[in-house]
Write a protein that binds this ligand. Structure first.
Ligand code: AMP
Length: 349
C-alpha cells in the first residue's frame, strides 16, 4: 500500500514539474496540494522487538527494585520522541497495565506485546561499580522470555524500519521471517549471545543492514583489538554499517566508505546508566525514520547519519540522569533539541 502511495507521489510531482514547464499555474497548484496530501498519508513505521523487563538496580548510592526495563522498552520510549513505534515483546501476569498506558502515551503501539497469563515477566538485576560504567549481572530470571515466540500483528509486518533489540538472536530471526521488505533493519547484541548462540547470531547478522554493539562486544565478535579493524571485519559478515558504542567516549559509525564519530555528551552526574545503549539506538533510529533518511536500497546519507548519532547521544544523556524511564518521562522533544544545539556548539570546529 505504502509503496503504491510513494509511486503516486512521484508521478504527481513529475506531472507538477511538467505543468510548471508548461506554465499552467492553476493545475500546478492543484497537483501540489494533492501531492502534499499523499505525502502526509505515508506513515513511516518503526518496529522493535526485544526484552521487556522488571529490573532491580544497585548503584553506589541507591538501590531500586521492580523498575520497568528491557531493551525494547528503552528503545521504543526513546524512538517515540521522533516517530510512531510498533513494539513486540512478551510479559507475564505481573505486568502492570499502567506500564502499557505509559508506553501508549509515548506514540507506541503496544498490540504486539503478548501477555502470558500464567507466566512471569523477565527479571534482571544488576550492580554498578564505582565508575558507573562497569556492572555485574546479579540475577537473570528469564520467565516468559524463555519460550518467547514473536507473533507480529498483521499491520506490523509491513514496517519499513526494523530494530532487533538485545535478546535471543533466534527471536530476531523469527521476527524478520514475518516482515516483508523493510527498507532498513538494524540489530543490537551482547556478549551472552556472542558466547552462547553464535550460529544463530551469525545467521541474524547476515540478514541485517546495520549492527550496533559496544566496544568489548565488537572485539569479542571478531577477535580484533582495534575497533576499526573489528568493524571492517563485521562488514564482511553481512551488514552495510556498524556502530560501535564506547560508553562515555561516544560512538563510531563505520561503513565501507565512511567513518563518522560522535563524542558522548559530557555529564557530571549519572544516576543509572541502564538502558543507555538501547535509548541511544532508539533516538538514532527514530530520527532516521522521522527524516525518511533512507533510500529504497537501504542507503543512508551522511548528514542524516551524523545527526542521528547526535540525537541518540542526547536521548541517552537524558536517560542516565534518572532510574528506568523516569527522566525521559519528564522531558519533551523541545528539551532534546535544546541540548542537541548545545552539543553542536561543543563539537563543531
Ligand atoms: P543496556 O544498559 O543498554 O545494556 O540495557 C539494559 C536492559 O537490558 C535492562 O533493562 C535489562 O532488563 C535488559 N537485559 C539485561 N540482560 C538481558 C538479556 N540477556 N537479554 C535481553 N535483555 C536484557
Amino acid at each position: 500500500m505504502q509503496s503504491i502511495i510513494i509511486q503516486r507521489v512521484k508521478t504527481t510531482w513529475l506531472k507538477t514539474t511538467f505543468c510548471l514547464v508548461a506554465n499552467d499555474t492553476r493545475l500546478c497548484y492543484k497537483l501540489c496540494t494533492f501531492c502534499l496530501f499523499l505525502s502526509h498519508s505515508i506513515i513511516m513505521s518503526l518496529l522493535v522487538v526485544g526484552s521487556i523487563a522488571y529490573d532491580d538496580i544497585e548503584t553506589p548510592t541507591a538501590t531500586r527494585t521492580g523498575l520497568l526495563g528491557g531493551s525494547a522498552s528503552y528503545f521504543a520510549y526513546a524512538a517515540g520522541f521522533f516517530c510512531p513505534v510498533q513494539m513486540v515483546g512478551v510479559v507475564g501476569a505481573d505486568w502492570l497495565p499502567a506500564h502499557t498506558e505509559m508506553l501508549q502515551k509515548q506514540n507506541i503501539d503496544t498490540t504486539g506485546i503478548e501477555i502470558v497469563p500464567d507466566g512471569k515477566t523477565f527479571r534482571w538485576a544488576g550492580k554498578y561499580h564505582a565508575n558507573m560504567n562497569d556492572r555485574d549481572t546479579l540475577d537473570t530470571q528469564l520467565g516468559v522470555l524463555e519460550t518467547f515466540d514473536p507473533k507480529l500483528p498483521e499491520n506490523f509486518r509491513r514496517a519499513q524500519f526494523v530494530f532487533i533489540a538485545n535478546g535471543l538472536p533466534s527471536v530476531g530471526i523469527a521476527t524478520l521471517d514475518q516482515t516483508q521488505g523493510a527498507d532498513l533493519v538494524v540489530a543490537d547484541t551482547m556478549n551472552l549471545w556472542i558466547e552462547h548462540t553464535r550460529p544463530d547470531l551469525d545467521a541474524l547478522i547476515k540478514r541485517i543492514d546495520g549492527l550496533i554493539l559496544n566496544d568489548s562486544e565488537a572485539k569479542m565478535l571478531t577477535g580484533e583489538s582495534n575497533l576499526i579493524t573489528a568493524s571492517r571485519k563485521i562488514l564482511t559478515m553481512g551488514p552495510k554499517f556498524v556502530i560501535v558504542k564506547k560508553g562515555e567516549h561516544g560512538a563510531v559509525f563505520v561503513s565501507e566508505y565512511e567513518i563518522y564519530v560522535v563524542p558522548a555528551y559530557p555529564m557530571e552526574t549519572v544516576a543509572d546508566p541502564t538502558g543507555a545503549g538501547d535509548s541511544f539506538a532508539g533516538g538514532m533510529m527514530g530520527y532516521i525514520v522521522s527524516q525518511q533518511g533512507v533510500s529504497q536500497q537501504g542507503n543512508l546519507d551522511g548528514n542524516t547519519i551524523k545527526k542521528a548519532l547526535a540525537y541518540g547521544t542526547i536521548v541517552a544523556s537524558f536517560l542516565i540522569e534518572g532510574f528506568s524511564l523516569d527522566r525521559l518521562r519528564e522531558i519533551s522533544r523541545a528539551d532534546i533539541d535544546e541540548r542537541l544545539e548545545a552539543f553542536q556548539m561543543m563539537a563543531s570546529f
